[in-house]
Design a protein around this ligand. Structure first.
Ligand SMILES: Nc1nc2c(ncn2[C@@H]2O[C@H](COP(=O)(O)OP(=O)(O)OP(=O)(O)O)[C@@H](O)[C@H]2O)c(=O)[nH]1
Length: 442
């Protein structure tokens, strides 16, 4: 996420981060570089210019150069301004009505259908709501099918009416169905077009008038940069929407949309989409995003994601197994699956302060665990619970079964052995011995 921008800002702020004396001249030079970095990230020219002017004014106002740690203060000012630019505080959804109606708008392919599913899943699991999805794309039957597939996947009911060509009527019928059947949130997925056009705007505005949603959300593909901002403006002029959803932030987006959208339409970004899976949704926190852009990581979100996957009962079972030396490959597999549920690896690593920069040239694919999983899947139940039985002929069989080499099998066995020892030590509180063991690990 935003690798290029992070790298450029890091370079721009290098001097201020304590790598040289700070003078009025290099502060000015730094700000010029910051502006260049923002422009390269496709941030609107005026926004980038105003941003640096504000940072400069603040720096002057706080007499940065005379403070004890001018560099750090400057970085803080940049961070605060970046946070402010992206919206200040996080803003949630208004779900006070029963049912609360949420209308999705946006261009075709922006990710409306996917996000509708993600949001329904999010509200169901986190806010214990009972959502209903309503399919209002009357032009593409495939779009209705897609929403049904999503609904099945997350176990949320989908309301549709395939023969009906009137999206307003479907939306109204969907809301009536929700009221009659005890759904307290209605998420209405609408049809998008390839570009902003009058027919689409009239249609969405008619749906909007007819159902009076509590939340009208505008979904936009962050990869489209400045176009995203222009489209947002066009939709906002017609719908006066309540919030923006930025999708595809997991890709190689330059970041311009995330930074500029709030100041152009004066509406908060409420959620971001970070992948194709239903779990790849995050509440948008401007301050955490600023931390990430400035390479400071986002430990809070990382811990939150870990907590979401944390199952106390399972954790206790695991603890007992470790204590009894019974931690096997099946348990290991479960752990891997839990990590995978937390999101894609590059994204997770980017949340660790400093790690994003360190790992920027290393290609971490989402299937980083594929080899390990294949090896474990090729083991027999006995081998999984009791790896010591794995002799050389078993290793050969596992290697050919998993499409890996005997060396790879050996490597995994060795790492697993070291890890088991380490976990045992952690249980016993033998910190020093654990450090010794860790030295031998990759
Ligand atoms: N990588 C990534 N892909 C996404 C994300 N959100 C959606 N997609 C993908 O983007 C494509 C378009 O998403 P849809 O949800 O079908 O878009 P839509 O806005 O409903 O499009 P129409 O129904 O055609 O109007 C699909 O292939 C999704 O899997 C995201 O956050 N990250």
């Amino acid at each position: 996420m935003f690798n290029n921008l992070s790298e450029k800002l890091d370079k721009a702020l290098h001097v201020l981060k304590g790598h040289g004396s700070i003078t009025e001249v290099n502060v000015a030079e730094t700000l010029k570089e910051v502006r260049r970095a923002l422009l390269d990230a496709d941030v609107n020219f005026k926004i980038a210019k105003d941003f640096t002017v504000r940072v400069k004014e603040k720096a002057l106002g706080q007499n940065v150069l005379t403070t004890l740690q001018p560099g750090q203060l400057m970085v803080k000012i940049v961070k605060d301004e970046l946070t402010e630019l992206m919206g200040g505080d996080a803003e949630g959804l208004n779900l006070s009505a029963n049912p609360s109606i949420i209308l999705m708008s946006g261009l075709q392919g922006s990710g409306k259908t996917t996000f509708s599913g993600k949001l329904a899943n999010f509200l169901k699991t986190k806010k214990t709501k009972k959502p209903l999805l309503v399919a209002c794309d009357v032009y593409r039957p495939a779009a209705i099918d897609q929403l049904h597939v999503v609904g099945e996947q997350i176990k949320v009911e989908v309301f549709s009416d395939k023969g009906n060509t009137d999206p307003v009527a479907i939306a109204k019928a969907g809301v009536a169905y929700a009221k009659a059947n005890g759904f307290n949130v209605v998420i209405i997925d609408t049809a998008g077009r390839l570009a902003v056009d009058e027919a689409m705007m009239t249609e969405i505005s008619n749906i909007h008038k007819a159902i009076e949603p509590q939340e009208t959300l505008f979904v936009v593909d962050s990869m489209t940069g400045q176009d995203a901002v222009n489209t947002a403006k066009a939709f906002n002029d017609v719908l006066n929407f309540d919030g923006v959803i930025l999708t595809k932030l997991d890709g190689d987006t330059r970041g311009g949309a995330a930074i500029s959208i709030k100041s152009v339409v004066n509406k908060p970004i409420k959620f971001i989409g970070t992948g194709e899976k239903m779990e790849a949704i995050d509440v948008f926190y401007p301050s955490r995003m600023a931390d990430r852009i400035l390479g400071m990581g986002d430990v809070v979100s990382l811990v939150e994601r870990a907590q979401e996957q944390y199952d106390e009962v399972e954790a206790r079972k695991l603890q007992k197994k470790i204590a009894k030396n019974q931690f096997g490959f099946d348990d290991f597999l479960k752990q891997i699956q839990q990590i995978k549920k937390m999101g894609n690896m590059k994204d997770l690593i980017g949340m660790i302060p400093g790690a994003g920069k360190m790992m920027k040239d290393i290609d971490i694919d989402d299937d980083a665990f594929k080899g390990i999983e294949a090896i474990i899947h090729s083991m027999t139940p006995l081998e999984r619970t009791n790896p010591s039985v794995i002799n050389s002929s078993r290793k050969k069989r596992i290697g050919s079964g998993s499409g890996t080499s005997v060396q790879e099998v050996n490597q995994l066995l060795k790492q697993f052995d070291q890890m088991s020892k380490m976990m045992k030590m952690m249980q016993g509180g033998k910190g020093k011995a654990m450090m010794q063991a860790m030295k031998g690990m990759k």
